[in-house]
Write a protein that binds this ligand. Sequence first.
Ligand SMILES: Cc1cc2nc3c(=O)[nH]c(=O)nc-3n(C[C@H](O)[C@H](O)[C@H](O)COP(=O)(O)O)c2cc1C
Length: 178
Amino acid sequence: MNILLLSGSFHSKSKTLALLHNLSSFLDEHELEIPKLDSLPFYSEDLSDEKPEIVSDFLLQVESADGLLICTPEYNHSIPAVLKNAIDWASRPAFNSPLKDKPVSIITQAASPVGGARAQAHLKLILDSTLSNIHMCHEMMVTNIDNIFDQNMNIVDTKVLTRLERHVNDFIRFANGT
Ligand SMILES: Cc1cc2nc3c(=O)[nH]c(=O)nc-3n(C[C@H](O)[C@H](O)[C@H](O)COP(=O)(O)O)c2cc1C
């Protein structure tokens, strides 16, 4: 099974990326990829006929994935532009894009007790527009993100790890249609 991991943050100390890397222990039989969405140009119709290679490569990754697992921080009560831009690229042609019927699951993280809930809701609305197959589940929000890692960015909060494992396993079943 090929699960494509999408991140909403790419800086060198990103907790989102760290969280996604921690998921590898639950996904070790599966192919793991985290495309660098921050290298994609801004979506433009001027580029859509002859897409830059980096865009075509990303679209191919989305197309060939059995499912997308998105993890993102909340930015100003919504999702970061880098993630929105990637979804915009993958969303064309409208209603018949690589995102159509694609199983997608969402994890948000924040320092706040709200856990990025508003970003989560916005992301669901966006994925509605792409006719994606949204993984309906207990919403997976990680709160208190600054205190779940050790100094090597391994998750040491066992409750969070257990919830993440349950979420990922549930998503794999969902993406498998089982
Ligand atoms: C531009 C910007 C806007 C933000 N807006 C919110 C917000 O609306 N709600 C929230 O909980 N955190 C907000 N934050 C905090 C980040 O979401 C939070 O620090 C997150 O854990 C960072 O994840 P990262 O380390 O993967 O980049 C914002 C941060 C930035 C840089």
